[in-house]
Design a protein around this ligand. Sequence first.
Ligand SMILES: [Zn+2]
Length: 126
Amino acid sequence: MGALEKTPRRLGSGQLRCPYCGLPQDRVATLEYDWVMLEPDMAPLAHTVPAEHRWIELSDGRVTVYGVCPPDQFQRCRIEHRLACPAQPLPDLWPWLTALRGENARQTERDEPEPPPPPAQWPDAG
Ligand SMILES: [Zn+2]
């Protein structure tokens, strides 16, 4: 349990430079017959990475999003370079947290105390 597999042989992958920051990134085939650019030499524990951003390597060298929830305590994963790229804006990693922040922002607006009423003024009797 939790045994780490040896690094699988990589097929059809190579490194390309990021067009934004110029750093190398691993070009890896996905199960969906697409490509994903992964951060090289980076394998954080899966549970420290937001669920939709965990890529795990399969035995044939392809990668797929690790959908097991909750993740295995010892499972390591890969992350996309764009999450680590200094030249790209960070995507919305925790959508529910962003939604909560928006909700809280609306709540603070609602709870804003009413400005004190202006001092009563009698109508000018002329
Ligand atoms: Zn980059």
